[in-house]
Design a protein around this ligand. Structure first.
Ligand code: SDX
Length: 432
């Protein structure tokens, strides 16, 4: 608790209400506005919650002005350089880096939960081949509560743990099944002798007709992208999972609500939109035209992959992904990949433009990720699914933190009502 207080004063009556501030371990303090409605009969107003702390959390810290991102205190740059996605999953879930024995036990548990129920596999046959993979993944994840109703007691720590491990383990399998369905290819079962990212690639690209050779640079790139997308504080989809979960619903349905929120082009759907945008721009000669469209208030077009609600400096993830882009394209012999060249030039032009500079709009995590996915053979319709696979551990960690918080209660915002006052029903013959 901080010793600072703030006074809310009604200047028309002179009434004053003293509000207590609260300090976190780092970052801005908060002012506790819970007494405002009770004592002043007014609501605080913050559409989009850009100035609102919705909870206390110890999982991820972002400093948008300095471009800092910490997972449980560890800079994402260090985790990207030294860790693995499965180790980052343990860190986000448990709050500490695992010992060798803890990592082995956790990895074993994840590897032995990668398969999905055969009945769940049959759901995919109900979708048309051109169904968007996010629609399939969201539907199948939501169905998981129908298969595991014996371990849905959210107040049972063991049930919470088995839910966490099942989601982390099965997301790549469900993602791969959705992708194979769009291709009309047979589903490839997981191989538990492979590491997480290699297993994902083999389920995506392997076929029964021949052995699949894992490209180590490609697997390393996928693992890096999973680490960088794993969590991001109270973003739209994570806040959705927290709000859905606050009703006490089963955690599979709460995660499915996060998948729905992530799909939007303003959020995780931006990576797919970036590739469409780059392909529509085509060549650097058209960049100025599209930058001007993005600046035109009358044009709904926005430069996808640019801007962020929190980062008003470089998104540290975009910087790391851009470097990995060079490595992947070099490894694939695509040093002069036209999309990457176009993205680099688009970034340079935008960052010199006053409109972007004064609004502090920089490339975000979605700007370069799709170029790597596409170079690895993953189609743009699967980009947001890759984001969902990675972010699943963030959703689960925040859901778990909320459920374990003794002060947690159902989320229920209020509103500023702008509608009609009370009025009487009119018979249809009296209506004009
Ligand atoms: C993710 O929250 C997270 O942490 C999300 C995420 C995560 O890891 O979970 O980081 C992942 O969602 C990244 C963001 C992916 N979305 C996109 O790339 C879509 C393009 N970006 C924009 O839609 C926008 O920047 C948002 C949605 C990301 C942020 O929206 P804000 O904070 O509401 O920004 P804003 O609308 O207040 O913009 C401020 C100004 C406005 O202009 P003015 O009204 O001041 O004149 O900047 C303009 C906006 O019009 N602007 C853009 C722009 N983004 C903002 N103009 C052109 N192109 C853009 N991309």
């Amino acid at each position: 608790m901080s010793d600072k207080t703030y006074t809310l004063r009604d200047n028309s009556t002179g009434d004053e209400l003293e509000l207590q501030s609260k300090s976190g371990s780092i970052g801005p303090d908060v002012v506790d506005v819970r007494p405002v409605y009770a004592k002043q009969d007014i609501f605080t107003f913050d559409p989009g919650f850009s100035s609102t702390a919705s909870c206390e959390s110890a999982i991820t810290y972002i400093d948008g002005d300095k471009g800092i991102l910490l997972y449980r205190g560890y800079p994402v740059e260090q985790l990207a350089d030294k860790s693995s996605y499965i180790e980052v999953c343990y860190l986000l879930l448990h709050g500490e880096l695992p010992t060798a024995a803890q990592l082995e036990g956790f990895s074993h548990s994840i590897r032995t939960h990668t398969m999905i129920n055969e009945s769940m596999l049959r759901f995919f046959n109900g979708f048309h081949h051109d169904a968007h993979p996010m629609a399939m993944v969201g539907g199948v994840v939501s169905s998981m509560s129908a298969f595991y109703h014996d371990t849905l007691d959210i107040n049972n720590p063991r049930h919470r743990q088995i839910f966490a491990h099942r989601i982390i383990a099965k997301m790549p399998t469900i993602a791969a099944a959705a992708y194979k369905h769009t291709l009309g290819q047979p589903f490839v079962y997981p191989d538990n002798d492979l590491d997480y990212s290699s297993n994902l690639m083999r389920m995506f690209f392997g076929v029964p007709a021949e052995d699949y050779r894992i490209d180590p640079v490609a697997a390393e790139a996928i693992d890096l992208l999973l680490i960088l997308h794993a969590d991001h504080e109270q973003n739209c989809s994570t806040s959705t999972v927290r709000l859905a979960g606050s009703s006490g619903t089963n955690p599979y349905s709460a995660v499915a609500s996060g998948i729905a929120a992530l799909w939007g082009p303003a959020h995780g759907g931006a990576n797919e939109a970036v590739l469409r945008m780059l392909e529509e721009i085509g060549t650097v000669d058209n960049v100025d035209k599209y930058v001007n469209k993005a600046k035109d208030k009358n044009d709904p077009f926005r430069l996808m992959g640019f801007g962020h609600r929190v980062y008003k400096n470089h998104d540290p993830r975009a910087t790391i992904i851009r470097k990995m882009c060079y490595r992947v394209l070099d490894n694939l012999g695509q040093q002069d990949n036209p999309l990457f060249d176009l993205a680099l030039q688009l970034e340079q032009i935008a960052l010199k433009d006053e409109y972007f500079v004064e609004r502090q709009l920089y490339p975000n995590v979605d700007f370069y990720s799709g170029i790597i996915y596409k170079a690895l053979g993953i189609p743009s319709s699967m980009f947001t699914v890759m984001f969902a696979v990675a972010r699943a551990v963030g959703w689960v960690s925040h859901w778990q933190e909320m459920i374990e918080d003794p002060d947690s209660r159902i989320g229920r915002p209020r509103q500023l009502y702008m509608g009609s006052g009370p009025r009487d029903y009119q018979a249809i013959t009296e209506r004009s």
